[in-house]
Design a protein around this ligand. Structure first.
Ligand code: ZN
Length: 471
């Protein structure tokens, strides 16, 4: 059996207001080319870069969240290479003194995290798909803060690599430092893959979690076959071809660039004081892993159920606020109904209308109130769904909506009395049990009327009527 050794290099665009070394807007959604540009990010002679504090703090936060070591002294270097999307013909990066060294996530050791700037983008087709024979360059992305995280080669399988990358993305979203959307190129994964600690191959162009998995599986298989046939793995960079589901050789390491690194003379070294670290650590919220375990302990859910809440920090916050309110309204609740209404009904509405938790009109308090009304038997679950939809549209209190709804459903006492008498007639045993002191039978009888009227009867009035009729 051959032992895989996998290390990841993950580039992430940071969600800062401005670019890394100038005050141009960092807007990943800008579609018009070359609007967020200035002489600095276009690399004009005589311009001077300045360091974006927000970007540095973002990396410090991630470093702290991963228990990495923050460099006391760190600086930027020039990495020289020529490419049409790199206007200066060098990239400002960090070579010998990265911001963060060490750290750990899901039992995978972090080697280092450093900060650099992104390059522009080559367009072989103009927006609106006007075909031309030329290649165009969009510099909107040039100079956007880019963070590179490198793991130690601790990963043993494609599944483990995907889990690591997913957890890192979740953590970065919790920290609010990046949306890390792989489809949009905000997070890009490269994998260094070898078997039996042999020659490693670097695989690039991996643009989804699915591709992370498939590329590693393919590459491990390719290397295994090669070795079994008596061949040799060569040190090279390969690209993942999504349509062919194959890695394809891009260049061998013999052709690798000499980047001629040297310290960036236009930028001061970075020195951190305790106050800087303190400020960064104040910006680190409860992390996904801690929240998972706390939710399991506090709500009694299993770890799989909790995942739906954890996958989005806003979901987790909303649910937690609603749960605390529900506990006050219905002591002893098991939070099951709240969980179901949240994960299926409310999330269904949000997906349907394409809005986030932050955008909805329902408050956690009202949501908990609705759940409490159902748990107490004041509202049928059918009516609860109607009211939830109205709450979603108006943000109104469920109690008020219920009163308005009453006009539409049966609360007329005479009408309900007829229905109640009919149900008692059909269930003489239940009526008998009630008279013998089994008071909970009322709930069963109310349920029968609710079923018959498809939830349109008023359960409170019904309970009163049954009480009167049976006594
Ligand atoms: Zn600029």
């Amino acid at each position: 059996m051959r032992i895989p050794t996998i290390g990841l290099e993950i580039h992430t665009e940071l969600k800062t207001g401005e670019k890394m070394f100038c005050s141009c807007l960092n807007d990943p959604n800008e579609v018009k080319p070359n609007v967020n540009v200035c002489p600095i990010c276009l690399g004009h002679p005589g311009t001077l870069p300045t360091i974006n504090r927000e970007a540095v703090e973002a990396v410090l936060k991630l470093g702290l969240a991963l228990s990495g070591k923050i460099a006391k002294n760190s600086h930027f270097d020039r990495k020289s290479y020529f490419y049409p999307d790199l206007p200066k013909a060098y990239q400002i990066s960090q070579h010998e003194h990265p911001l963060i060294e060490g750290g750990m996530l899901r039992n995978i050791r972090i080697h280092r995290i450093h900060l650099e700037e992104d390059a522009g983008r080559l367009l072989h087709e103009l927006p609106g798909s006007k075909k031309t024979n030329a290649t165009h360059v969009d510099f909107n992305r040039a100079g956007v803060p880019l963070m590179e995280l490198v793991t130690e080669p601790d990963i043993k399988s494609a599944e483990e690599a995907v889990q690591f990358a997913r957890e890192l993305r979740l953590m970065m979203r919790y920290l609010g430092i990046s949306d890390a959307d792989m489809e949009k190129g905000q997070m890009r994964v490269e994998a260094n893959i070898s078997l039996d600690m042999g020659t490693k191959v670097e695989v690039k162009n991996i643009n989804s979690f699915r591709a992370v998995h498939d590329a590693i599986v393919y590459e491990l298989e390719r290397q295994k076959k090669l070795l079994e046939e008596g061949g040799k793995v060569i040190h090279e960079t390969r690209g993942w071809n999504e349509s062919k589901k194959q890695t394809v050789s891009q260049r061998t390491k013999e052709e690798a660039h000499d980047y001629r690194y040297f310290p960036e003379p236009d930028l001061p070294p970075l020195e951190f004081e305790d106050a800087d670290i303190l400020r960064a650590s104040a910006g680190v919220p409860e992390l996904p892993e801690a929240k998972r375990h706390r939710f399991v302990a506090e709500f009694g859910f299993n770890i799989e159920d909790v995942e739906v809440l954890i996958e989005n920090r806003e979901y987790a916050d909303f649910f937690e606020a609603a749960a605390s309110e529900l506990k006050a309204l219905v002591p002893g609740t098991d939070y099951r109904l709240l969980y179901n209404y949240f994960t299926s009904d409310l999330r269904g509405l949000m997906n349907e209308k394409n809005v986030s938790v932050g955008e909805i009109k329902i408050t956690p308090e009202h949501f908990a109130h609705l759940t409490a009304m159902v748990e107490r038997g004041e509202l049928s679950s059918r009516l609860a769904k109607d009211i939830l939809l109205k709450m979603f549209e108006t943000g109104e209190d469920p109690e008020i909506l219920k009163k308005q709804e009453k006009l539409e459903f049966i609360s007329n006492e005479d009408e309900l009395k007829v229905l109640a008498e009919e149900i008692i007639g059909k269930n003489p045993k239940a009526a008998e049990d009630y008279r013998k002191g089994k008071e909970e039978v009322i709930q069963f009888l109310v349920g029968q009327v609710m079923a018959k009227t498809r939830g349109q009867a008023d359960p409170e009035v019904l309970r009163e009527i049954f009480g009167r009729l049976l006594n």
